[in-house]
Design a protein around this ligand. Structure first.
Ligand SMILES: NC(=O)c1ccc[n+]([C@@H]2O[C@H](COP(=O)([O-])OP(=O)(O)OC[C@H]3O[C@@H](n4cnc5c(N)ncnc54)[C@H](O)[C@@H]3O)[C@@H](O)[C@H]2O)c1
Length: 495
């Protein structure tokens, strides 16, 4: 199957918009197709709305943003893209017809996936050409922040299609959960539906309001679910002997008629109670406001979970590791060439992303540190400080930074960083980074930084290989004249 450079979207509503925002953010071009021309403005707005929270998800170096195009010609879209994600309304006949149609225009090595919440892949692929490249890839709203995507193959789906889809979704920062066999509602929606039915029963019977039922999740199980789900948490509920004890102790309750599972009749009175209850919970806040609130905490939760390398945080950590490694791989060849020529190292090529701009229209201070940090990261990865090195408890920590601002960096301006090793000993490294504008090579800013080699919280000597890689760079640059900005932070000897 193809490597995905351009993602084709079929249907650009809530879910299509979410896919677009996620793919564009991680450098994939998007060609969006919808029967309604007015959806172009809508999807552009949806992508813009998602940008603020997506930009806060990770500070790892990102590839240049993808480009978004729109068409109402579904067949032309299918002929031009490397992967198609279908997000049209949840109606079996409509999806069957449109999937069959686009499959006749998409080359055989283009995977076609459906976002369907619960339809079966075997039914959806029935009339398609090359049905083996079809699968269900069910995401969760907001697609740009929630990493889960359930992958479900139908009777005709090939392993190659599932594997290619999985690689692509992981590339754009997702957790691809392969569902062993197709069942209506896949995995997650079956679980959600069970809870949802109980909620409707309890509201219907005036046992609780919508707000009280949400509180019963938000203050308790919801917090546990985010990292451990239901089963692992219940394993903990059984004390030392875990799940076995838990089942013995609480097993008999399974026979009691706690839950109903058959959905209640959706009467007008039940609908009114659900609407009034959720309106009271919204307390006058618009859907947009509530979405911003939700997106903000979804980013924050994932960053906390990253510290524990668990659940969605583990997905985010793996994504960041890949982004740093991709950026370092781009720099690696250039570093080798520069060492041979005794030149400055060009470690980072980037652009001023719109979300880096402050209220004055310039790149905001913290982003300078981020870009210089990315340059240091690329150099250290080249020299041998990778994830395994850090996992062994050793790292180089920033002890001091001095930034000099020379000229302005504006939105979308292309920039690059050059780096010089000013000093090096067993335990310390002093670098001078220079940030340049690509268009005219003008100097934008410099950063002089001192790093200490630390192991288990103490300053220690670097490993010999690391030290000699850095020494090679230092020796190769020794003949270069010292720039005027050098020497502003404490010299090694003084420390
Ligand atoms: N909304 C969710 O929370 C959610 C979550 C996961 C999966 N899904 C699934 O994603 C799919 C889309 O859901 P949504 O909520 O984005 O719906 P939506 O109504 O917001 O968007 C559907 C889009 O499809 C377009 N469309 C209709 N017919 C079309 C056609 N023949 N060709 C091209 N475009 C066409 C519509 O113009 C609209 O823009 C459904 O299968 C749904 O089950 C939804």
């Amino acid at each position: 199957m193809r490597k995905v450079k351009t993602l084709g979207l079929l249907g650009t509503g809530v879910i299509g918009g979410g896919w677009a925002a996620r793919a564009l953010h991680f450098g994939i071009d998007v060609l969006a197709a919808d029967v309604k021309p007015e959806m172009e403005a809508w999807i552009r707005g949806a992508v813009q709305n998602a940008e603020g929270s997506l930009a806060r998800l990770t500070l790892a170096p990102l590839p240049a943003k993808g480009k978004l195009s729109f068409t109402t010609d579904l067949n032309a879209m299918a002929a031009q893209v490397d992967f198609i994600q279908e997000n049209i309304p949840e109606q079996l006949e409509l999806k069957q017809r449109i999937l069959a149609q686009v499959s006749r225009h998409a080359p055989a090595d283009v995977v076609i996936a459906s976002s369907t919440s619960g339809l079966m892949p075997t039914d959806l692929q029935r009339d398609m050409q090359h049905p083996e490249r079809f699968l269900v890839a069910h995401p969760f709203n907001p697609v740009y922040l929630l990493p889960l995507v359930e992958l479900v193959g139908g009777r005709q789906t090939s392993v190659a299609a599932i594997e290619a889809a999985s690689r692509f979704f992981i590339y754009i920062g997702m957790h691809a959960l392969k569902v062993r066999r197709e069942v209506p509602g896949h995995l997650t929606d079956r679980l959600q539906e069970a809870l949802w039915r109980e909620i409707l029963h309890m509201v219907n019977e005036d046992v609780a309001t919508t707000g009280e039922l949400d509180d019963s999740i938000v203050y308790g199980p919801g917090l546990r679910w985010a990292a451990m789900g239901t089963n692992l948490i219940y394993h903990l509920a059984g004390g030392e002997s875990g799940m076995r004890h838990m089942l013995r102790q609480f097993g008999p309750a399974l026979k009691w008629p706690w839950t109903k599972l058959e959905a209640p009749e959706l009467t007008e009175s039940l609908i009114d109670k659900m609407v009034a209850g959720t309106q009271e919970q919204a307390a006058g806040r618009s859907i947009r406001e509530l979405e911003r609130l939700r997106d903000g905490y979804l980013v924050a939760i994932q960053q906390v979970l990253k510290q524990y390398n668990i659940g969605a945080g583990a997905t985010l950590r793996a994504l960041e590791e890949r982004l740093y490694e991709d950026s370092a791989a781009g720099a690696r060849q250039r570093i080798q060439g520069s060492i041979e020529e005794g030149a400055l190292l060009r470690l980072v090529d980037t652009e001023v992303r719109p979300e880096w701009i402050d209220y004055n229209g310039h790149m905001t201070d913290s982003r300078y540190l981020q870009v210089f940090g990315d340059a240091t990261d690329a150099l250290l990865r080249y020299a041998g400080v990778d994830d395994a090195y850090r996992a062994s408890g050793r790292a180089l920590f920033t002890a001091e930074t001095h930034v000099t601002h020379v000229s302005e960096a504006r939105a979308l301006e292309a920039l690059y960083v050059t780096t010089r090793v000013l000093e090096l000993d067993d335990k310390r490294l002093r670098l001078l980074h220079a940030l340049h504008r690509k268009s005219d090579d003008a100097l934008v800013a410099t950063a002089e930084q001192v790093y200490l080699h630390v192991s288990a919280g103490k300053v220690t000597a670097m490993e010999a290989d690391l030290r000699s890689s850095l020494a090679r760079v230092h020796a190769a640059q020794a003949h270069l004249p010292l720039p005027p900005q050098a020497g502003r932070v404490g010299k090694l000897a003084a420390r």
